[in-house]
Design a protein around this ligand. Sequence first.
Ligand SMILES: Nc1ncnc2c1ncn2[C@@H]1O[C@H](COP(=O)(O)OP(=O)(O)OP(=O)(O)O)[C@@H](O)[C@H]1O
Length: 568
Amino acid sequence: MESLMRPIRGPVLLSVLGTWLQALATTALLLLVGTAIGQIHRGGAPETAVIAGLFAAAAARALLAAAVPAITVRAGGRLEVGLRDRIYRHLLRLGAPLRSREQTGRLVSTGTEAVELVSTYYATFLGPILASMTVPILVLVAIGVFVDPWTALILAIVVPAIPLTVGVFQRGFAKVSDGYRDTANHLAARFLDALQGLSTLKLFNQGTAHGRALARSSEELRRAIMRLLAGNQVILFVVDTVFSLGMITTATVLAMVRMREGAIDAGEAVALVLLTTQLVEPLDKVGQFFYVGMGGAAAAKEIRAQLAEKPAVADTETQAPERAGSDVSFEGVSFAYLPDTPVLREVGFTIAPGEKVALVGPSGSGKTTVAALLQRNLDPGGGVIRVGGHDITSVPAAWVREQISVVAQSTYLFTGTLRDNLLVAAPDADDERLWDALRTANLDEFVRGLPDGLDTPTGERGLMLSGGQAQRTAIARAVLKDSPILVLDEPTSNVDLESEAAILAALDRLTVGRTVLMIAHRLSTVRDADRIVVLEDGLVTEQGSHDELMTGGGHYARAVRRTEVETR
Ligand SMILES: Nc1ncnc2c1ncn2[C@@H]1O[C@H](COP(=O)(O)OP(=O)(O)OP(=O)(O)O)[C@@H](O)[C@H]1O
């Protein structure tokens, strides 16, 4: 898989280079401080060249210290935007029909928080950490060449312990940070669940109980963060006491010993101690930002897992057919969501161009699955589905979806205006076309009555359309999309009788001249279909016109008679 960091590899390498140069400038600065002190100690004044060098090194260091974060923060922002886009595009490929609410909550958390963590990690942590782990080599060389080779050699024995310690700590805390991401995702999922089910919870007076469960999840997250921070504190302690203090004490003792031996002068001794602070800097960084690193590594794992998820349908790279009819056929189609639990078994039926076929059957018999297969949200386990004569697995999924409009049980309205929500179906449509579509959908009068008309806000922040109005917006979208095949997945199942009449009238206009697959619970709505296909437990058990099926005395006839008795 393409690495997550790839888009900002350039800036990260630049920041590594920047950190090296900064270390170089600091090393030069500290060496020059030593030289100046040495010259003063010998009773003279520091040479002008040394003073000039000091200023130059200090200026270079200051500039680089400002430039490196500027590079990394910008790269982090870029990576964040890019990663979100990549995840979203991947989700589009995956398709949403199989997603549970738990997964949705987790996805929100992955797409927002995890992306932020990863971006901070890669951009502002990983580069400088890599750079500063290698900086000690540079510093040791400088000590060896300019101060004292023996001291450099002794310090060199301790320095490899730095990356080793970091590695050990990272491995040790990987579980803790994975646990932290898991808990964060779980909380996000619960929160989303509580928000979406707010009215249900209130109705059953369960708001407080659910609130308590949410508080428990929140407390778990707090504990997970505390565990991560505790890890950070342990690292800080080890770094500060054992390494920093130990190294600086060792360097100070070595400096004093070598000075007494006459191997180095006072200035070199000072430089040696100062340079040792540079040696322990990477560990300081790891200590300070350990939690960023660990959180980021766990988030990267999570994002990689998300991006590795395989789509439910494998799209083809083939050319879209130039011409195709609007007939639909299912030939021996089988499907199972879970292994060994067939949902459809050798389902076969055809819909001729312009024909209206109703799919009826008890709840759970597989009707919605048939619709999902036709839209290529799922791929059949066996058999072939054809649209316009083409096996839909051998043509691009986008082409199949272009041929089909769907009016489902409920309609999603995006936050935006009514116009935006209509343009989803036909981005280039002008207002005249929009009004035409609204007229067909029986919604024009209502929209004309709104003060802002087509610019009325919709979705969460704005106008809440009634269920029936939302359904008619879906019909208007279908009119605008103008595809030859129409799937009606019980569009009137969630509305009252009056709305139903308005929707049915709109549907009558929409279905003219189109090939229609109508999924229906209510048998009253399928009477006029050209043909009725009865699905029972994943099997087609009867098909024919209403009159034919009524004479047969099968499931359909029995169900119709039962309904008639109930409504009498
Ligand atoms: N994502 C899923 N994972 C596992 N099983 C599923 C999934 N979706 C549906 N099923 C199962 O597949 C079967 C058929 O479901 P489907 O929704 O197609 O039936 P349906 O006839 O449309 O039902 P209804 O009329 O109640 O909407 C059911 O037993 C259902 O439990």
